[in-house]
Design a protein around this ligand. Structure first.
Ligand code: FDA
Length: 318
C-alpha cells in the first residue's frame, strides 16, 4: 500500500512540467541524474556502454531520454538522436540495441505518424546490423495502459516487415498472459518487466505480491518447451535476485543454454547483482539512458522503492 502511494506520487512528479523545469534547469538533482543517467550526449552514453562491456562483460541498450513529448519539434529531435545513437553504435563492436518509447516518436502528437517514425529508426538499425553477431534490435518500451494496443500493433507490423524489433510487456497487466503467448507463437523477442505504472484492478494487479506472482507465471510461460521450439527470445528485466535464481533453475531444467535468454537491468540499480550474474556466465544487458530530459525517468526510478526517499531528499539539497 505504502509503495503504491509512493509510486503514484512519483509518477505525478514525473509528469509535472514545473518540477521538470526546476530539476533539469538547476544543480538540484545532479546526484540523481549521475546515478541513473549516462550523461547528456551519445558520446557519454557510448563511454558508459564501453566501460560496462570491457570491465564487466555487460551489454547495453541505449535510450535517448524524452518521453510523452507533445510537440513535433521534440519528436524530430528524439528521432534524430535515436538515429545518431544507432549510427554511433554501428562504428563499435557493441550490439546495436536501441530502446524507443512510442510517445517519444509521436504517439501524443500524431499517432498516425508513429509507424513511419519507427520505420526510420528500424531501417537504420537493420542496415547497420548487416551480418554482425550479437543481439541487434530496436527494443520498444511499454508505457501506460492507454498505449499498449498501439505499441503491440507497431511491434507486430515492424516484425512482419522483417525489421529487427523486440517488445516490452508488463507483468502488472492482466492481459499480458495472452499478449505474451501470441509473441511466443510468433518467435519474438520479449522483455518482461513488472511495470512502472499503476492501473485499476479490472485490468491490473495492484499490489506487489500479485504482480510478482504473475511475473513468475509469465517467466514459466517464456521458458516453456513451446517457447524454445518457436525460437522465442526471453529477456528477463528485473532487479529481483530471487526471480533471477528462479529463471536460471527453470532455464536449465527446460534445456535453455546461457545466452539463449538474457537478463536486463537499469543503469545505477543493483549494479552488484548485474555484475555477479555476468560473472556466472549469464548474458546481461544494462539499459543506459542519456540526454537532457532526465527528470521524468529518474523520478520513476525513485518511485520503485520507498527507500529511495532519502536519495531524493539528498539530491534536492546537495
Ligand atoms: P522490485 O521493485 O521488485 O525490486 C527488486 C529489488 O531491486 C529490491 O531489492 C528493490 O529494492 C531493488 N530495486 C528495484 N528498483 C530499484 C530502484 N529504482 N532503486 C533501488 N533499488 C531498486 N517499466 C515499464 O513499465 N515499461 C518499460 O518499458 C520498462 N522498461 C524497463 C527496462 C528494464 C531493462 C528494466 C530493468 C525495467 C524496466 N521497466 C519498465 C521498469 C520495471 O517495470 C520496474 O518498475 C522496475 O524494474 C522495478 O521492478 P523490479 O522488478 O526491478 O524489482
Amino acid at each position: 500500500m505504502i509503495r503504491r502511494i509512493w509510486q503514484s506520487a512519483m509518477i505525478r512528479l514525473a509528469h509535472s512540467p514545473g518540477m521538470t523545469r526546476f530539476m533539469q534547469g538547476s544543480r538540484a538533482g545532479s546526484l540523481l541524474s549521475r546515478k541513473y543517467v549516462a550523461g547528456k550526449n551519445p558520446e557519454e552514453a557510448i563511454e558508459t556502454a564501453s566501460d560496462l562491456l570491457s570491465v564487466q562483460g555487460i551489454r547495453s541498450s541505449l535510450f535517448y531520454l524524452g518521453e510523452y513529448v507533445d510537440s513535433q519539434e521534440l519528436v524530430d529531435l528524439n528521432i534524430k538522436n535515436k538515429l545518431a545513437i544507432a549510427e554511433a553504435l554501428g562504428t563499435t563492436d557493441f550490439d546495436i540495441h536501441v530502446s524507443v518509447d512510442p510517445t517519444q516518436i509521436g504517439h501524443s502528437v500524431d499517432p498516425s505518424k508513429v509507424p513511419e517514425n519507427a520505420h526510420r529508426s528500424a531501417t537504420t538499425i537493420k542496415q547497420l546490423t548487416g551480418n554482425r553477431s550479437g543481439v541487434n534490435c530496436m527494443m520498444i518500451d511499454m508505457e501506460d495502459d492507454s498505449v499498449v494496443d498501439a505499441t503491440i500493433r507497431l511491434h507486430d507490423q515492424l516484425k512482419q516487415e522483417g525489421f529487427p524489433v523486440a517488445l516490452t510487456l508488463q507483468a502488472y497487466l492482466k492481459r499480458t498472459t495472452t499478449d505474451l503467448q501470441r509473441q511466443i507463437e510468433a518467435g519474438s523477442k520479449v522483455r518482461l518487466v513488472k511495470g512502472a505504472f499503476v492501473g485499476e484492478s479490472d485490468i491490473a494487479y495492484t499490489n506487489q505480491p500479485d504482480i510478482k506472482a504473475n511475473y513468475y507465471r509469465l517467466v514459466e510461460q517464456m521458458l516453456s518447451e513451446r517457447s524454445k521450439e518457436a525460437g522465442f527470445y526471453p529477456v528477463i528485466a528485473t532487479h529481483d535476485d530471487k526471480i533471477h535464481r528462479f529463471v536460471i533453475d527453470k532455464a536449465a531444467e527446460a534445456g535453455w543454454q546461457q545466452g539463449e535468454y538474457e537478463f536486463e537491468m537499469l543503469l545505477g540499480v543493483r549494479t552488484d547483482v548485474a555484475k555477479s550474474l555476468a560473472e556466472s556466465g549469464e548474458r546481461v544487458r544494462v539499459y543506459v539512458p542519456f540526454g537532457r530530459d532526465w527528470w521524468p525517468y529518474a523520478v520513476r526510478r525513485i518511485g520503485e522503492n520507498p527507500r529511495n526517499a532519502l536519495l531524493l531528499t539528498r539530491s534536492l539539497f546537495s
